[in-house]
Design a protein around this ligand. Structure first.
Ligand SMILES: Cc1cc2nc3c(=O)[nH]c(=O)nc-3n(C[C@H](O)[C@H](O)[C@H](O)COP(=O)(O)O)c2cc1C
Length: 223
């Protein structure tokens, strides 16, 4: 089965969780795809303290908390959908901490996330409250980790965008325009996941035949 992981960056069971689950339901209805949901809600999550132990010792983050759960889910999955509530036109603090803590991935598992599919959605209390900016922050995380990004089918621009009117699930449910972007994001993501998954093996063959470096084993760039 192809695995798609949905990460929710809201500390509440609110509009963001509703939106991520809605997208996962659609993605999981495509052939051969199974989905997993993970949320920051109720989790013990500490910030990166820039101790640099990950760099010095080439280890995943040494902080022992619930980020460990998502660390391994990210490695095992073929694609990641991240949804965040918009906080000050950006991702939530909880999600930012999780993303910061993924820094060691490129050291410990070079190429581990390369060419996995990423997609973003965000939920603001205001119609134009920074959803596009928030999606961009998430997309930048995917790009940093060498992932391939889809914004969904035409009309979604850079991902799903919901206007909750600060009314949790019932607010999100009323935003039919926003819900359409979530549906089209999910459809575009499922399609991209299938294309990537079925093209990956052939891409490896072609690279091997032409003597190109295998994507999973290229050396780390020295920063
Ligand atoms: C600290 C904080 C900052 C916020 N900043 C914004 C913002 O910049 N733009 C916006 O549209 N909504 C903002 N909101 C509102 C939330 O994005 C909105 O209520 C969202 O639906 C919450 O998602 P949830 O229901 O999944 O928790 C903010 C909320 C909080 C708590």
């Amino acid at each position: 089965m192809i695995k798609v992981l949905g990460i929710c960056g809201s500390p509440r069971k609110g509009a963001t969780e509703w939106s991520v689950r809605k997208a996962l339901d659609i993605i999981g209805s495509y052939p051969g795809i199974e989905t997993t949901f993970w949320s920051v809600r109720g989790k013990k999550i500490g910030p990166c303290i820039h101790c640099d132990r990950c760099i010095r010792e080439k280890t995943m983050c040494v902080i022992e908390d619930d980020v460990r759960e998502v660390e391994s889910l990210i490695l095992e999955t073929d694609a990641i959908l991240i949804g965040s509530p918009v906080y000050d036109m950006n991702v939530s603090g909880q999600l930012a901490m999780v993303l910061n803590r993924m820094r060691p991935h490129y050291l410990v598992h070079p190429g581990g996330l390369r060419n996995k599919i990423g997609a973003a959605l965000s939920v603001g209390g205001t119609r134009h409250g920074g959803q596009e900016m928030t999606n961009l922050a998430i997309i930048n995380f995917f790009l940093m980790h060498e992932m391939l990004v889809t914004g969904g089918l035409g009309g979604c621009y850079n991902g799903g965008k919901i206007w909750s009117k600060d009314d949790r699930v019932s607010g999100a449910e009323k935003d039919t325009v926003g819900a359409d972007t979530v549906v089209r994001l999910a459809q575009g993501m499922a399609e991209a996941v299938l294309v990537a998954e079925h093209g990956r093996a052939r891409a490896r063959e072609l690279m091997a035949e032409s003597g190109k470096v295998d994507a999973g084993s290229s050396p780390l760039r020295d920063h």
